[in-house]
Design a protein around this ligand. Sequence first.
Ligand code: NAD
Length: 505
Amino acid sequence: MKVQSTTTQQDDHFLISNYDYKSTNIEKNGDKYIAKPQITNFKFKTDTRIPKLGVMLVGWGGNNGTTLTGGILANKFNITWNSRRGTHQPNFYGSLTQSSVIKIGTCNTEEVFVPFKDVLPMVNPCDIVFGGWDINSMNLADAMNRAQVVEYDLQQKLRPYLEKLVPLPSIYYPDFIAANQGDRADNVIPGNNKLEHLNIIRKNIADFKQQNNLDKVILLWTANTERFCVEDPNVHGTAEKLLKSIESSHPEISASTIFACAACLEGCSFINGSPQNTIVPGVIELAEKAGVFVAGDDFKTGQTKFKTCLVEYLVGAGIKPKAIISYNHLGNNDGKNLSQESCFKSKERSKKTCVDDILESNKVLYPTEEELNIDHTIVIKYCPETGDSKKAMDEYIAEIFLGGRQTFAVYNVCEDSLLAAPLIMDLLLLCELFERIKFSKDSCEYQRFDTVLSWLSYLMKAPKSESGITTINALSRQRAMLENLVKVCAGLTVDDNLRLEVRYG
Ligand code: NAD
């Protein structure tokens, strides 16, 4: 695709697009709103040179880590496999960037769509170099077998590639994850000195980058869900305080926060795929100073994605959700870890907040604070026999016309990691892309996006944003935001869906 327009310029290294952003400023005058449409000029400058990308996963030997690594290798080497359903070809289904499309315009009256990945130059996932850590020493072939996610024939075909991959020893603070994980911890960095731990992880990152001749590295936490750390401004509040607390091996510094700090100090962006409060203010300051991004929290894969879609539909249709009862049972190691109350609490928090902004937006349905407090219950049960094939059963009870009730009972079954792996890949590819984009407002100097990369909210259950920026959870708004951003950067027109060119030529 090539954009021909007076508002875009392209040379060998950069694509610059000029965008007049239309928004509406609202002033409140008593009980009236005064709406004042305005236009602000933005320029987006994308570095079109694709770097050699390395990714280091924390929790590499887990279900997500093995499924992602194996899935990408299957695509890279075009490995086919057989099951009772026949012969399968590798694909990237479930990946926004690789398998979804974006409308770029109209040819006569036909709408034209292209793959998301083709709108701006992006890293090919098959070119990513993977590495990482795990508190368990199993090589990735055996770990994939333990995970029980991937079909047996594919596991066998991937074995020669995966058995060479062994996770680096990791930091293990037993107090932060469930006690039932103790028997996995046979690959840990010894000692209790948190500063030494930080320095070892930093060295691991620097060595990985150098040994693989990489242009950049991104770190992603896909290890067990930790309990929340007890956040204290004196411990976690600034970069300086955080580093001092690491130096003194403060007990409320989690392993995930050490990884986040190591990433920032090595000039790498960090993504938190679990719900705990890893990205404390001190981490954000470190990232800001290093000019890298942080993003989180908790992958938005199946049940929550559906929830933020269904609730958006109901509220958008003027129907009032009154209760959401969300029940899960799963039998993988994630479920085992979540069976401990402290870790479950982290998950409950991120699963519960995901519809708040959708409800709050509609004051017709929810005129008072009290009404916003809907009955939202989360239950997660560990049932080993279920393996990674998680069962999610949700009941949505909504109030309709004249006091009637509409109830949806939704039953969702699938391998959790087959949803998570393509999503993790998208997080990495988009984070890398956003590192190459700068913008300028009203002809001021170019700057990078905010340190907390809330553009990735479509992929996060509890999207973290810069303080003062409200969180959007509604799925279609999150997707539109990403789609429009890449279109704007490419110099394409943002679609308002009026389709006037089709209706009136
Ligand atoms: P998993 O238990 O299979 O894998 C986690 C891995 O992390 C294990 O191999 C474990 O040994 C390792 N680990 C634990 N502590 C570690 C540490 N300090 N350093 C390095 N490794 C460590 O879990 P999973 O199914 O792969 O999920 C990973 C995370 O992703 C969980 O926190 C889960 O809640 C989160 N998540 C998963 C999904 C999904 O759909 N699969 C969705 C949202 C969030």
